[in-house]
Design a binder for this molecule. Structure first.
Ligand code: M6R
Length: 361
């Protein structure tokens, strides 16, 4: 039942405020400015002994893991990074006993992720799951974890599960942070930010009409560039994947800082750029990148917290705490991908050549 929506993708995009409410529910502990994560199976002493965090996932789940790694570094000050599970499992990676491994998966059945988990467990590592489907293979195989509670996701293209996975990582980062050296004050700040998310998501979704108009301009683009830096970069990666999957328009994501090392050569009026421009320490740097693009007559859409002079169009999103901004900045770009695909008459819920869960090698 699509409840009045024309596709599951549209329905699931619009379910995100409620979905985020669900991942937060019952987990916030205001007394200690932290969160409780019942299924983690990681006591405080163990949490303090972690030396590194390695996050593994594929596709959209990998991108959520990139955001999660940044949150864990920022809030818990533990070195963290994300890698495609499909790469990790084939490279005879060094498995280290002081590293916490985290497997991310909507379905909990993606074979590359499951195989990575099994290999890690075989070598004695501790593996947590950040999974949506309760009781799925990866959830069962992991030592513990966090359920993402996005609810059933039917569209092959993941939207609400991405957002909820990012929120689940924020909860984990906060928990690890408060078990280690994150202050009560920062804990409170993040909790307040988390509580603002559902209303801010609703606010973003109200801009659908404007985003639809914008999408129609892009329907005839042959290729698009997505740029961001640090917190904005995984958002650019995910937005580029969304557009590719559902509209079949070629898209590439690049760190804005790397433009001058090559991709600037591509800039011309026919290659539109989407720039992720959060109002954080890197705002001026991002403005400079947009200026470089403008100087070469490239069209720019910015996703930002205030209108950007250098952009032809800005999608303004509400500001949250710096660490949580990436959760919100991708949401208008889900709508951009959806409406571009719709303008092109694509099969939105079942893009060609793709399956909802990839359970084969
Ligand atoms: O179920 P999983 O999260 O493990 O799936 C991983 C990828 O196959 C998945 O995210 C894929 O990239 C989606 N089609 C993204 O929209």
């Amino acid at each position: 039942d699509m409840g009045g929506h024309d596709t599951y993708m549209h329905k699931e995009i619009f379910e995100q405020a409620d979905a985020v409410d669900r991942v937060l529910r019952g987990r916030i502990d205001d007394r200690f400015s932290t969160v409780h994560l019942g299924g983690l199976n990681l006591d405080a002493r163990e949490a303090r002994q972690i030396r590194r965090v390695k996050i593994l996932g594929c596709g959209t789940s990998y991108h959520a893991g990139m955001i999660g790694a940044q949150m864990i570094e920022e809030l818990a000050r533990i070195p963290a990074d994300a890698e495609p599970a499909s790469e990790f499992r084939y490279r005879n990676a060094v498995v280290d006993p002081d590293t916490l491994y985290i497997a991310v998966s909507q379905s909990g059945e993606t074979y590359d992720v499951l195989a990575a988990v099994q290999e890690l467990k075989r070598k004695g590592a501790r593996v947590l799951g950040v999974v949506n489907v309760v009781g799925s293979a990866i959830a069962r195989e992991a030592d513990g974890g966090i359920y993402v509670h996005a609810g059933p996701e039917v569209c092959v293209v993941s939207t609400k599960c991405f957002t909820n996975t990012c929120v689940a990582f924020a909860l984990l980062a906060l928990h690890l942070g408060r078990t280690r050296d994150l202050s009560v004050r920062d804990g409170k700040r993040i909790i307040e930010g988390l509580r603002r998310l559902p209303a801010q998501i609703a606010e973003i979704l109200e801009q659908e009409e404007g985003i639809q108009k914008l999408s129609e301009q892009f329907a005839d683009a042959r290729s698009m560039l997505f740029i961001g830096r640090v917190r904005g970069y995984p958002v650019a990666r995910e937005a580029s994947l969304k557009l590719k999957e559902v509209s079949y328009i070629h898209a590439e994501a690049y760190p804005a800082s790397e433009l001058k090392h090559g991709p600037l050569a591509l800039i011309e009026p026919a290659l539109p750029t989407v720039a992720i421009v959060p109002d954080d320490d890197l705002l001026e740097k991002n403005r400079a990148a947009m200026e470089e693009i403008k100087a070469r007559s490239g069209q720019i859409v910015a996703v930002a917290h205030q209108p950007q002079e250098k952009a032809d169009h800005t999608i303004v999103v509400p500001k949250n705490e710096d660490e949580l901004d990436p959760i919100l900045m991708g949401i208008p770009l889900q709508l951009l991908a959806y409406h571009t695909a719709k303008a092109l008459g694509r099969d939105i819920d079942k893009p060609r050549n793709l399956a909802k869960s990839v359970t084969v090698e």
